[in-house]
Design a protein around this ligand. Structure first.
Ligand code: MG
Length: 295
């Protein structure tokens, strides 16, 4: 007794609900600030509302036998982006599922995931983060296929030099149901693009960029853990006596003005630089990426 000075008449210990079972959301044993309201879902009764980010509901249960269980959640979500976590008494996450947008607080759908439960009496916490979804019931049945994250293999990227041609980005994955996508952290060094499922990288300038391979969840897999590789792009080097191939994209038409030459050095190589008084000289100038000092 930490703080006394109160009377006790009796207390009652009731067994947790036996699982498998369908449990009404509003029948929680303990919860944060969530509120029951009349539901218009099939079967009537009440649902829980006012489920905010970080809110939770605890349900005392008794699990008949250890193993994999499928959890179906009956939810409505006007805006989307909700996530339901199933947590154990020690706070670990046993399973999770996203709550899709249903375009109304009483437009109901059922989402499901799996969790591996120990046998015996325990508390299951349904944790909302993000919240803002309504919750009518959840149904726990024995069995189900446990989903695991897909695993991406994305090899290290050999160095490239300014002037190198486009190259393909390739990663393999254990999940063939959904594509791997790539992003570049520094598009001023390397850009990535997708054409008909083939990912292509294009060198832009010297520097480094982190290339990240990602894969979203699909029917049989959870989202893969991202895999990143660093792409180093070096300045082009020209050896003494080496012939320089003429690149028409690097030619510029100049005239005899004292300003406006910034365009030569802005890194945009496919736009002509034609400045000044319009007195085009009968000769041309060009530059090539064989610099040895930073621009
Ligand atoms: Mg209900």
């Amino acid at each position: 007794m930490v703080k006394g000075n109160w009377n006790l008449n009796w207390f009652e210990a009731v067994p947790g609900r036996s699982l498998p079972a369908k449990i009404e959301a509003e029948s929680f044993d303990v919860a944060s600030d969530v509120r029951p309201e009349t539901t218009s879902d099939d079967g009537g009764g009440q649902n829980l509302g006012y489920i905010d980010d970080g809110d939770w509901m605890d349900y005392n249960v008794t699990v008949a036998s250890a193993g994999v269980y499928t959890f179906q959640f009956r939810v409505a979500n006007s805006y989307g982006n909700g996530v339901i976590y199933i947590k154990s008494e020690d706070g670990s996450t046993l399973g999770s599922v996203t709550v899709p947008r249903t375009y109304g607080w009483q437009n109901w759908t059922t989402v499901s995931t799996t969790a591996t439960l120990a046998a015996g009496s325990q508390v299951l916490r349904i944790y909302a983060n993000p919240g803002a979804w309504n919750f009518n019931w959840f149904n726990v049945t024995q069995g189900g296929t446990v989903q695991s994250p897909a695993v991406i293999t994305f090899a290290a990227l050999p160095n490239k030099a300014v002037g190198d041609g486009d190259f393909n980005l390739v990663a393999t994955t254990t999940n063939s149901e959904t594509p791997v996508t790539f992003t570049s952290s520094n598009p001023s060094v390397l850009t990535v693009s997708n054409a008909s499922g083939v990912w292509k990288a294009s060198v832009v300038s010297a520097g480094t960029s982190t290339i990240t391979a990602s894969q979203a969840a699909s029917a049989s897999f959870l989202a893969a853990t991202n895999v990143s590789q660093t792409q180093i792009v070096t300045s082009a080097t020209v050896a003494a006596g080496q012939k320089i191939t003429i690149d028409p994209k690097r030619w510029y038409q100049l005239n005899n003005v004292s300003n406006g030459l910034d365009g030569l050095f802005d890194g945009i190589t496919d736009v002509n630089v034609e400045t000044g008084w319009g007195k085009v000289l009968p000769n041309y100038d060009a530059y090539y990426p064989c610099w040895t000092v930073k621009r």
